[in-house]
Design a protein around this ligand. Sequence first.
Ligand code: BGC
Length: 412
Amino acid sequence: MKRVITLTFIVFFFPILTFAAEVEVLHFWTATGEARALTEIKQAVQSKGHSWLDFAVAGGGGENARAVLTQRVVTGSAPTAAQMKGTEIRVWAEKGVLANLDKLALAENWDALLPPSISSQMKYDGHYVAVPVNVHRLNWLWVNLDVLKASGVQKVPTTLDELFLALNKIKKAGYIALAHGSQPWQDTILFESMVLSVGGPEFYRRVFVDLDESALTSATMQRAFALFRQLKSYTDNESSGRDWDLTTALVIRGKAGMQIMGDWAKGEFIAANMQAGKQYACVPSPGTQGSFSYTVDAFAMFKVKSPEQIKAQEAFASSLLDPVVQQKFNQIKGSIPVRNDISSAGFDSCGQASMADFSEAGKNYAQVPSVATHMAMPLDKLTNVYELISEFWNDSQLSPLKASQLLAEAVK
Ligand code: BGC
């Protein structure tokens, strides 16, 4: 009897066991909405017979995860895959440590499924080395509708004038008007929204992509700095160093009126059982209608050795672009599918607006890469930008004119 069972086990399960392996994934999705969304990917990998080794490094925006990854690669123990952004993929690819995914990409037709601007970022030297999972929008304003009402604000603000009117009323009513977590990457999110608002997408690209000195020191840029400073008076005293999800929680709990943040914030509203259009609203960050500042979450695949590990890595890569995962993951995460063939049905009003706006902005040359989330410039320059933006936020003596000149210096 025992032999029969053993034999049955070998015959039926041996093929699976042969190719099953562990997938170790380094990521920074530790907030409630982020972790819930990641579960969809994890389950897809496990359903293919592989095991998941979670390597989570807390810290919004991924600064900590980046440092840990460097350590792991330098010591020769890279994970199977690591979450990263466009400009970083290149850096790791140049070091020759990333795997070639061309075979899988060809079999699954990734070139046809992904927007060319995104697939090109997943390639190095013409070869796929990373896989994207979503598109997040940065220029959003998240609003607690009860707080708005209680403060006597009639309308969700869509222009800068309306924004400041609303902020004044919310502050007067005793709430935190603007929820902000002052960390360099979050300060830069607020700042990039102001640049997009006063300058529009073309100006934004001149500043953050072309690093055009005359645009960087222009009057428009100084106006963006001045507005950014003005926003500070609507934030609370506990803002310094606060994580983004704890900041979003202030809006969720009705302590604060609004937050300017990428749509991973929506993942927190969803996790708190709130509904878009009912308890909260999402609108493009005031003055940025028609523009779409984006960031793409991707996983770079590190070289692995055994055929089992390669199979497992491919299963993970394939799961990221699986149509069902694309739907479920993005509905929970707050982002939109990166595949161009996923229906918007099943997404809430914010998700549907985001999908429509992304495609419309694509036609109008109004999609811009988010500078704060590593999509626009190399890390060494970005580090200088972070430092300068936060210095300006914290030092009221630094003038917008001087700051714009220092910014131009910082990206040289
Ligand atoms: C990532 C999001 C993440 C957010 C907060 C962004 O850079 O694109 O996926 O939720 O940081 O950690």
